[in-house]
Structures are given as structure tokens and as C-alpha cells.
Design a protein around this ligand. Sequence first.
Ligand code: CA
Ligand code: CA
Ligand code: CA
Length: 266
Amino acid sequence: MATAAFGAGPFAPAAGQPGSTAISMDDPRLVGWATDISLQRGYLDISQPMLGLVDYGAAENALGKAQGNSMDVVSLGDGGVATLRFGRAIRDGDGPDFAVFENSFSDTYLELAFVEVSSDGTNFVRFDAVSLTPTDTQKGAFDPLDPTDIHNLAGKYRQGYGTPFDLAELAGSPELDIDHISHIRVLDAVGSLDDAYATYDSQAHKVNDPWSSPFASGGFDLDAVGVLHQAPEPGSVVLLATAAASFAWAMRRRRRAGKDGSAKAG
Ligand SMILES: [Ca+2]
Ligand SMILES: [Ca+2]
Ligand SMILES: [Ca+2]
């Protein structure tokens, strides 16, 4: 198979190019950020577990607003997992509902991660990721990827620009309420083409990304997760329901009072 021209893939191009879906960390639609994280670091090199785990960056670096730099991140390592929580649940609104920010310093040095969501912290549903990066040659530690070959994998865009995710795509998933997402999980795509370590997209392609990268900052580097559509606060739903109920009660009273009045007048 001939190698397609760079930028000729079917998916959105790099940040700043026409048709890009990248979301700037300063986009005014971002109304919230992750407030809590639990972290399971991955290996420096999953094929050499004796080397240990990555340790770059504190877990808290993934909380709050994205910084868009290379330092204020937490590295996941091969197969590492970060689970984020939010002060308010996330809901499905028009278009993208949240965005995941990585720390790539260029449009083509891309380390990728799968993204899953949950409404209860137990049942997680993964977005259908697609990686059309050819799998004939392993991408080495600093080899470029073509963002137009990548869809629904976090890390598609350079630092300061989030990869968007649309909860509408997960409508109908069992055990998931797309209008009440409480947890987002970011899972490093190992990137190895070796059958023993490979991770696969939703179409059974091996995800080929820079590997191995046995550095303290190996694997996906999470800067932040930003929210575009928040669910109403639980308190405000109760208040709204209470207000509606007392309004209905007042109307009934008024109608009854009106009837009584007319009866007397008659
Ligand atoms: Ca949506
Ligand atoms: Ca990294
Ligand atoms: Ca950060």
C-alpha cells in the first residue's frame, strides 16, 4: 500500500487549519475543569517492566484550567490511566461536551489516549477511537503522526488545544446517562505494534504511536480536561421542582378562590 500524503486522512486537521475541531484552552465555551483525579501510572516501557513506572509531574497537574505548556502535566506512561471527576456532572449539549488537553509541542508529535466516561464511577463506556496511522512500521519515540489519521483519541492536538468529545455518540449505551457524566477516564494507548503490548482502536487497528519512550515523561501527558456542557446542579433541580409545585398550588388556590367569589356574587 502506498503511503498517503501527509494531511490526506479523513479526519480533522491540526489546530488552526480549516476544519480543525481543536478547542483552544481559552475558548469561552469552557465552563468547568476537572476537580479530582485518581492516577494509575504506567510503565516507562511495558516490554521492560523491571525499569519501573513513569513519574513525571504530579497528579494534581491535570486539575483546573489547562496551562498549555510542557511542564504542568502528569505523564501516564505505557498503559497508564487517569480518572477525573468534576464539581458538576457533564451533560450532552450541542456539539462537543468536553475536551482533553495534552502537552505536545508540535502538530505531529502526538501521544494518544483512549477516553471513556461513566455516570456512576463503575461502568465506563469508551468513545469509538479510530487510528488510520499505517501499521507497517513502528513509530519511534520522536516520529511524527498525521492528525488527519486520528479520531476520538485524546492527544490529537498540540498543547493549548483540546481534543473534543461529543457525548451524543454514546447515546443508548447501557448503564450510562449522557446527561449526567461524573467520571472521565483517560487511558494511554501503548502505541506498540508488538502483539503482546498493542492497543486497538474501535475498528481493530493497532494504534501506532511513538514507542518505546522509556522516559520519566513517557506515554500520554495529561494537562487538563475542560467541560463545555455542565448538568444543572442537583440543588437547582430540586429548587426548580419546588418552585414549580408551589406555583401550581398557588394557581389552584386562585382558581378555587375565583369560583367561590363568583358563586357569592351570583
Ligand atoms: Ca454533545
Ligand atoms: Ca510523554
Ligand atoms: Ca495542567
